[in-house]
Design a binder for this molecule. Structure first.
Ligand SMILES: C[S@@+](CC[C@H](N)C(=O)[O-])C[C@H]1O[C@@H](n2cnc3c(N)ncnc32)[C@H](O)[C@@H]1O
Length: 384
């Protein structure tokens, strides 16, 4: 970050074109702080540069400074009303701040100018869905998929809107969702959504370390956290575990965990791929935990299979799911899956687990609504 800034500052007599390429590189590298500074400098020399004006909007957007992003795009669009970068940029900002009706107007104006911007179709679709326009949303999701049949976000959001249960959320859906969410994740979950799963996992594990059946376990020597995110579960079970590894798909979530040094090793990988490849991580763990992550998978057979292979003889598996009253699993309109108690018990039997505890929990709130969940504690007791 400093390198680019110094260069820009030191050679302000460079041609604007060159400064623009430097600022755009900063933007592409997601060094938003530097790119704001660089675009502002360019605009001092050339206030009419549309690239710098909308680039500045994108940089504010990247910093999650939506107020500055909105006013920058609006100012730019007064000069260049048909600039598609400005139109889509403002539309995306309005979508984030939940001004859905106006966002739709700007997406539609954007598509009039640039109908081939594939990614913006899922954004329009989602925005329409939020206003209750499911027909318009379906059209736009399908338009995105027509251009990119493997677009995970469009595929998954369309399936959840239509109530079509798939086996699992596509990896790129999970990655994009949590990469976008990483910076505000802990603040949102802990302060606003009353997220308690890590604390409940700790409570459950403490109970068994004290139970007479588990006299020999006062501390697990190795733990694996599936879908570890920023590391809240690892933080919660500190003191009960000697070493903890984490695995997660989202680079930005993992970056937060890494910065806080919450794991001994972190693997940026899909959890079932990790579990089934014994050449990565420890061959066996004493404890495997997963807080609010199995809700992004419907079919949990490969997770149970993998966990049964990676748990040591007396190993313990503790995880949360969202609750489904009947059936096996179902994709909900939220984009997350719910699992029935019967399904989890069947899988436990099939893969040789003993059920130690199962409780109803409220993992977190969704506005004023209580999410209904279950917390399970299983053991491979007796198996090696
Ligand atoms: C709601 S967050 C929970 C994070 C953490 N377990 C906690 O309790 O704070 C869900 C996490 O699971 C990860 N995740 C979801 N599906 C995954 C998969 N199939 N493989 C690896 N990570 C996954 C996401 O990237 C995200 O970081």
């Amino acid at each position: 970050m400093r390198k680019v800034e110094t260069k820009t500052e030191g050679r302000s007599s460079r041609p604007v074109k060159e400064l623009l390429s430097i600022a755009q590189v900063s933007l592409e590298e997601e060094d938003y702080g530097s790119s704001v500074f660089q675009f502002l400098n360019i605009l001092k020399r050339d206030p009419n540069s549309a690239v710098a004006r909308f680039g500045l909007g994108d940089a504010y957007f990247g910093l999650a400074d939506y107020e500055s992003a909105e006013s920058t795009y609006r100012f730019g669009l007064e000069m260049y009303p048909n600039n598609s970068d400005g139109l889509f940029g403002l539309a995306a900002t309005l979508r984030i701040i939940e001004s859905y009706d106006e966002a739709i107007e700007f997406y539609e104006r954007g598509f009039d100018v640039e109908p081939s911007r594939t990614a913006a179709y899922w954004e329009l679709a989602y925005t329409r869905e939020m206003t209750g326009d499911k027909i318009g949303a379906e059209w736009a999701y399908r338009k995105c998929l027509e251009k990119d049949p493997n677009h995970g976000m469009a595929k998954h959001l369309l399936a959840s809107m239509l109530g079509t249960t798939t086996d699992r959320a596509p990896d790129d859906y999970v990655r994009d969702l949590f990469d976008d969410y990483a910076d505000s994740f802990e603040q949102d979950l802990l302060n606003d959504l009353n997220y308690v799963v890590p604390t409940l996992i700790r409570k459950e594990l403490k109970k068994i370390t004290r139970s007479p059946n588990f006299q020999k376990i006062c501390r697990f020597s190795s733990a694996l956290d599936l879908g570890c995110g920023t590391g809240l579960v690892s933080e919660a079970i500190k003191g009960l575990v000697t070493k903890t590894d984490g695995v997660d798909l989202s680079e930005k979530m993992v970056k937060v965990a890494f910065e806080h040094q919450r794991y001994d090793n972190i693997y940026l990988q899909e959890m079932t791929t990790f579990l089934l490849d014994r050449t990565v991580g420890k061959p066996k763990y004493d404890l495997i935990v997963s807080g609010d992550a199995l809700v992004y998978l419907g079919d949990l057979r490969s997770v149970f299979n993998g966990v049964s292979k990676r748990l040591s003889g007396k190993g313990v598996f503790c995880f949360s799911v969202e609750k489904l009253r009947s059936g096996s699993f179902s994709l909900c309109p939220t984009g997350r899956y719910a699992h029935s108690d019967g399904y989890i018990r069947d899988l436990s039997r099939t893969f040789g687990f003993e059920l130690l505890a199962a409780r109803d929990i409220v993992p977190r709130m969704d506005g004023s609504l209580k999410i209904r969940g279950r917390l399970y504690l299983l053991s491979l007791n007796g198996k090696s």
